[in-house]
Design a binder for this molecule. Structure first.
Ligand code: PEP
Ligand code: MG
Length: 754
């Protein structure tokens, strides 16, 4: 390295000595800047620390005026230092003062220095400060010098992260490393959780940065890379994938990166500067993370995520036994993860788990489905959550608003504490309604059923006092499993469900896969429009073996009891005819082989495809009952993808087109004397449920958490009065108050809790 005295390895060794000296934080920083300046033959070396208020404060300097230390503060993004921090990228300039971002701070006396090299002080991809060297001469610092300064900055990153510098800060101007972070993402599972951070994939904490023997470290690195490559090959070979959610293309990307020469080269170079193998991985990974945060192209971002993941694996490989073992979950744990498989979520101790924060995740992702079933407050799409949070940090998950508050200020924490207490009180009130039937003021009985799909849902039946299970989503068992559930496993689940229901009705929906419901072990089809593609009953009819196995398991499980089953996404009566024939064939088969049969089999159809709205009479002549899947029906009626946040809530379901359609189903059911249920999310919201009752629905299947609020609404409702308010609004629409507003006003006037 040009001009450097003794090279980076000597510097790192000396830094290690300084880190171990029993001196004050300021003395340590002062010594460090002197050493770096001398080593790099720079006239100036300064450390700026990012503060909670997003400004950068000069914490130490060699070469600039000492009086400027703790006095010079640069606003967010101000000057060259601000630029290095905001871009999280090194800046190497032979003529700094001509750069448009240059900002002159007279108290520092820096006007005489022309060349400037600034590197971000990064930890896990998050900027904590900026390290700068300057020279009078116009010089461009070499690649090696930039590398060396970046490596040195890691030591400073650890110093800042350890909290050692906080004692030097004025109140309100502490280093940002421990700052409160409030982030808004997607509400995935309702509820509020207060607790402490547990990282799902514990970050590897590198303690030993500086190596004595570079050759030995190179060998360790090479060996670890070899082991990593071999383990990816094994994963790729393993039939059905070893871990749920790790799709083949991700593994292929891993393999590609693991063999990437550039990646390995960078890490080896970092080792040659004097770092240990694990510190070298961290150094390169930190750059990757910083790049990831600047990357807006979703595809490239995803690839950088893969690379980040791979580096984590490599570090675990290198440090293996040195890492602390995962303890038991502490009380009030909030798990923070990039993403998680549903099976991993089910492995946590539910009694201690208060919430979940994901960097990824969508409303329809499997982990979100399981989180809802478990009642774990969950938010998704929180950028960098796992990098920002440290184990044990206080954290709040607001699964209603989709917010995360990391290291919250006292005010926020007490406000949420109050919210949680209020919620608990409301839950007690709902619990008190458990054994009361849902009967309106004018004596209309409404059946309230729950939607379920997993074994963990079953206790909800007794907890809520629901009238039964109106929708059992059988695909969830398939979605959370690592491999296709065998007949015996299916049978076991269906029996357990019927046992838990203890005579209350259960409506099983046959496999509803395809579209957004992807099975990790089945190759996903490339479809232009998966929601309109090969899914649900279409798959069942084209792959009758799969459907027949399920039907057989259902018929077996219900031996000697009543069985209600229904088919999803039926678009035409012929599909129902074919599906029913499969049921009859299975019944004949069981009968012929002397098996005990269900006492009664009722077969229904989900109304989810608008075409069925115009075939209700034909359908009702064939089916024993109908169940409206409003999630799908509304998405298809408005042609607005239910999983696309941009359009999902654009149209109001409480509008004449939807309500007229829903009324036509209820009316047809009455005319044919066949029961009609509504089992989409619509029924889970009290105001919407009130509208459905006013349209004629008397069976609503809702999420378990909605039973209390919907029942409270029914108990306070005069159905006749609501009908009178709603009916005229379904006629020709006039300008004025919307149906939603009208119903809200009606509820307020009559004291119905919605
Ligand atoms: C629906 O579409 O409303 C429904 C209940 O089914 P799912 O949400 O499982 O698609
Ligand atoms: Mg549906």
């Amino acid at each position: 390295m040009r001009g450097a005295l003794g090279g980076p390895r000597v510097l790192l060794r000396r830094l290690r000595e300084v880190m171990a000296e029993p001196v004050s934080a300021q003395d340590r920083l002062d010594k460090i800047v002197v050493m770096i300046a001398a080593n790099m033959v720079a006239e100036v070396c300064s450390v700026y620390v990012l503060r909670v208020d997003a400004s950068l404060e000069l914490y130490a300097t060699e070469g600039l005026s000492r009086d400027a230390v703790h006095m010079t503060v640069l606003g967010a993004g101000e000057g060259l230092v601000g630029l290095v921090a905001s871009e999280a990228q090194a800046l190497n300039l032979p003529n700094a003062q001509s750069h448009p971002a240059f900002s002159y701070k007279p108290e520092t006396g820096e006007e005489i220095y022309n060349s400037f090299l600034g590197v971000p002080i990064l930890r896990a991809g998050i900027t904590l400060g900026v390290l700068v060297v300057q020279n009078r001469a116009h010089r461009t610092y070499s690649e090696e010098e930039v590398e060396a300064l970046q490596t040195t900055s890691m030591v400073l990153a650890e110093m800042i992260a350890s909290g050692e510098l906080s004692s030097l800060a004025r109140p309100g101007a502490e280093p940002a490393v421990r700052r409160a972070v409030q982030a808004k993402g997607l509400a995935l599972a309702e509820g509020i959780g207060l607790g402490h951070v547990v990282l799902h994939e514990p970050r590897v904490v590198v303690k030993n940065f500086i190596a004595d023997d570079a050759q030995k470290e190179l060998k360790r690195l090479d060996q670890a890379v070899d082991t990593l490559r071999a383990s990816i090959d094994v994963m790729l070979e393993e039939e059905g994938m070893s871990r749920a959610g790790e799709h083949r293309d991700v593994l292929e990307a891993y393999r590609m990166f693991a063999h990437d020469r550039g990646w390995l080269h960078k890490m080896r170079e970092a080792v040659m500067t004097g770092l240990t193998a694990e510190a070298a991985v961290e150094r390169v990974q930190s750059d990757t993370r910083a790049r990831m945060q600047r990357q807006t192209d979703p595809y490239l971002r995803e690839r950088l995520h893969d690379l980040d993941d791979l580096a984590n694996r490599l570090q675990r490989e290198l440090m293996g036994a040195d890492q602390p073992k995962r303890d038991e979950l502490p009380e009030n744990a909030i798990v923070v993860a990039r993403n998680m498989s549903p099976a991993a979520l089910l492995d946590f101790d539910r009694s201690r788990l208060r919430g979940l924060v994901l960097e990824e995740g969508a409303a329809t992702s499997h982990v979100a489905i399981v989180a809802r079933a478990l009642g774990v407050a969950t938010v998704g799409q929180i950028e960098n959550a796992a990098s920002l949070a440290d184990p044990g940090d206080p954290i709040i998950v607001d699964g209603d608003a989709g917010e995360m508050h990391l290291r919250p200020p006292v005010g926020i924490e007490s406000a949420y504490g109050e919210k949680v207490r209020l919620r608990a009180r409301r839950q007690e009130q709902y619990a008190a309604l458990r054994d009361k039937p849902a009967i309106s003021k004018d004596r209309q009985r409404v059946q309230l059923l729950i939607n379920a799909g997993l074994v963990v849902d079953l206790p909800h039946l007794a907890e809520t006092g629901a009238d039964g299970i109106g929708l059992f989503r059988t695909e969830l068992q398939f979605m959370v499993a690592a491999t296709l559930p065998r007949t015996g496993e299916q049978l076991g689940l269906y029996r357990a469900v019927l046992d838990a229901a203890d005579g209350k009705p259960v409506t099983f929906r046959t496999l509803d896969i395809g579209g957004d419901k992807v099975l990790p072990y089945m190759r996903a089809l490339e479809e232009e429009n998966p929601a309109l593609g090969w899914r649900a009953i279409r798959v069942g009819l084209d792959r009758p073996a799969l459907l027949r196995i399920q039907l057989r398991a259902l018929l077996h499980a219900a031996a000697g009891r009543d069985l209600r089953l229904m088919f999803p996404m039926v678009s035409a009566v012929e599909e129902f005819d074919r599906a029913r024939k499969l049921v009859e064939r299975e019944l004949t088969h069981l009968r012929r082989h002397g098996h005990k049969l269900p006492d009664k089999v009722q077969i229904g159809v989900m109304v989810e495809v608008p075409a069925l709205l115009f075939a209700l009479d034909e359908m009702l002549e064939r089916a024993d009952f109908l169940s409206v899947g409003s999630n799908d029906l509304v998405q298809f009626m408005f042609a607005a993808d239910r999983g696309n946040a941009r359009v999902a809530d654009r149209f109001d379901a409480l509008s004449p087109p939807v309500l007229r359609a829903l009324k036509s189903v209820a009316d047809a059911g009455r005319a044919h004397d066949k029961p009609i249920t509504l089992c989409g999310e619509l029924a889970s919201r009290p105001l919407e449920a009130m509208a459905l009752i006013a349209l004629g629905y008397r069976k609503l299947s809702v999420s378990a958490a909605a039973i209390g609020p919907v029942k409270a609404m029914v108990l306070g409702l005069d159905v006749g009065a609501a009908e009178k308010v709603l009916a005229p609004m379904l006629e020709v629409q006039k300008n004025g108050r919307s149906i939603r507003e009208t119903l809200q006003a009606f509820a307020a006037e009559t004291g119905v809790p919605v």
